[in-house]
Design a binder for this molecule. Structure first.
Ligand code: GDP
Ligand code: GDP
Length: 455
């Protein structure tokens, strides 16, 4: 009877812990009408994936976040792919190959009440050759009477059939346990950027832009605890400074202060310092001298920050020295030369007069917020579905590469993996980044966008 059915679903997570590693991908494969969408709904515990009684109807949302027993994974419903491929068998084979390429684990769904068909056998061939872990789902086992149907699927030769009723929930808990067991071992946590403790700020900039002056201005009477981390009390490596009621850790202040006293070090050492400060920082504040034309070295430092994947704020210092003409020219200069960092929050300050010191913390918060932003998979895929429809990739050599689905693999900075049916050219990737920023913000953070191409 229905009341005996075990109904279990994975939790849906919209806001996963910010420091979680990349989630493994579980792809659901099978002929039309075997119950893939119903199963995905069951796993997610909500009716989000569209269930269509018409076979082959395109679904534009295919990837979803889920957790089971505390383990996070992304479920991909392959049902919506390649509706126009020639012939059912060819389409399913193509779908299986895609799934194998993209997924860490494949859930192969068979309708147990129908049994294994020729098409199912063909899919098994593809799956077996791939060597990817496969979990065989015997669906539509709505009651114990149908368990024998499930057992028949041992004949497919890909291991134990897991009897479930996607419709009623029967067996779904055991199935998810089996999926978890098949997942690859959990990725180690990232080594940098662990949460907790004061935000770590690197003050960067070429000699004489005013780093030391800014540090003095910020610290002022507020200079908090001298940090215990290495160095001596008189010459601390880092300084903890309280701003607006919160404590921030300024990285390598000893370097800034000492360099001020010593000769300006050689370029090489300056670069080395910048690099090592970036390694320990979460956000970099790059100071530039607003009164002088941007120098090659300014641009290089900004590029270093972007490459390091840290959050970025640009501070135009010495604003007190600006006249009208320079101010006018400055805007054009920024537009032309700093276009790769257009997204960075900007503060116009004077370390000498203390101008706009109160803008400092909000700019840092904005950058760190962007750096920590995670877009739920469902929203991300809705975004890409709309994007691909309204602005498809240009046809190249008779082919039109498509974004099949996307996941955000990480944060700090946000990292995206686009699963595509071909190479996306540079212009289109830049377009994607621009639209991602328009849609989801990401002020103050570089974005890492990778492609996984299915040749
Ligand atoms: P898909 O094309 O593989 O995504 O299949 P759907 O999820 O759209 O399901 C196809 C049909 O099978 C729908 O009418 C579902 O209600 C039905 N169905 C799915 N799972 C079960 C099940 O466990 N038991 C029964 N009796 N019907 C199911
Ligand atoms: P650092 O080498 O980046 O640490 O730069 P310093 O803090 O030593 O500053 C270099 C010079 O610029 C010093 O003479 C400062 O007094 C001057 N300076 C720093 N900030 C400002 C500012 O906002 N306005 C003006 N007019 N001078 C500044």
């Amino acid at each position: 009877t229905v009341s005996d059915y075990e109904i279990e679903t994975a939790d849906v997570v919209e806001d996963v812990a910010a420091d979680a590693g990349p989630a493994p991908v579980v792809a659901v494969v099978g002929r039309p009408n075997v119950g893939k969408s119903t199963l995905v709904n069951r796993i997610l515990g909500r009716r989000e994936a569209v269930v269509e009684d018409v076979p082959g109807v395109t679904r534009d949302r295919v990837a979803y976040d889920a957790t089971w027993s505390g383990r996070r994974f992304t479920v991909v419903d392959t049902g919506g792919w390649l509706p126009d491929a020639a012939g059912l068998a060819a389409a399913i084979a193509e779908q299986a190959r895609l799934a194998v390429d993209l997924a860490d684990v494949v859930m192969f769904v068979v309708d147990a009440t129908v049994g294994a068909t020729d098409v199912d056998e063909a899919v098994v061939e593809i799956l077996r050759r791939s060597g990817k872990p496969v979990v065989l789902v015997a669906n539509k086992v709505d009651d114990t009477g149908a368990e024998a149907d499930a057992a028949m699927l041992w004949s497919l030769g890909i291991g134990e059939p897991h009897p479930v009723s996607a419709l009623h929930g029967r067996g779904s808990g055991d199935l998810l346990d089996a999926v978890l067991e098949a997942l690859p071992a959990e990725a180690p946590r990232e080594t940098f950027g662990e949460q907790g403790g004061p935000s770590r700020i690197a003050l960067l900039g070429r000699p004489n832009v005013g780093k030391s002056s800014l540090l003095n201005q910020l610290a002022g009477e507020n200079r908090a605890v001298v940090d215990a981390v290495a160095g001596t009390t008189r010459d601390p490596i880092d300084e903890l400074i309280e701003l607006g009621g919160r404590t921030f850790r300024f990285i390598d202040t000893a370097g800034i202060r000492r360099r001020h006293r010593e000769n300006q070090g050689a370029d090489f050492y300056a670069t080395l310092r910048t690099q090592s400060a970036l390694e320990r920082a979460e956000v970099a504040v790059v100071l530039v001298d607003a009164a002088e034309p941007l120098a090659e070295q300014d641009l290089r430092i900004v590029s270093m920050v972007i490459e390091s994947g840290r959050a970025l704020v640009i501070a135009y210092n010495k604003w007190d020295l600006l006249d009208e003409e320079r101010r006018h020219y400055l805007e054009r200069e920024i537009d032309r030369q700093l276009h790769n960092a257009r997204w960075a929050p900007r503060v116009n300050i004077s370390a000498r007069t203390g101008r706009h010191m109160d803008r400092f913390v909000p700019a840092i918060d904005t950058a760190l917020d962007g750096w920590n932003t995670r877009v739920p998979t469902s929203k991300l895929n809705q975004f890409f579905a709309d994007l691909v429809n309204s602005h498809p990739h240009p046809v190249r050599g008779g082919k039109q590469p498509r974004v099949l689905f996307a996941t955000q693999a990480g944060v700090r900075p946000p990292r995206f993996v686009l699963f595509t049916s071909g190479f996306l050219e540079e212009g289109y990737r830049r377009f994607i980044e621009r639209r991602l920023r328009e849609e989801f913000g990401f002020a103050g953070t570089p974005l890492d966008i990778a492609m996984k191409i299915r040749e």
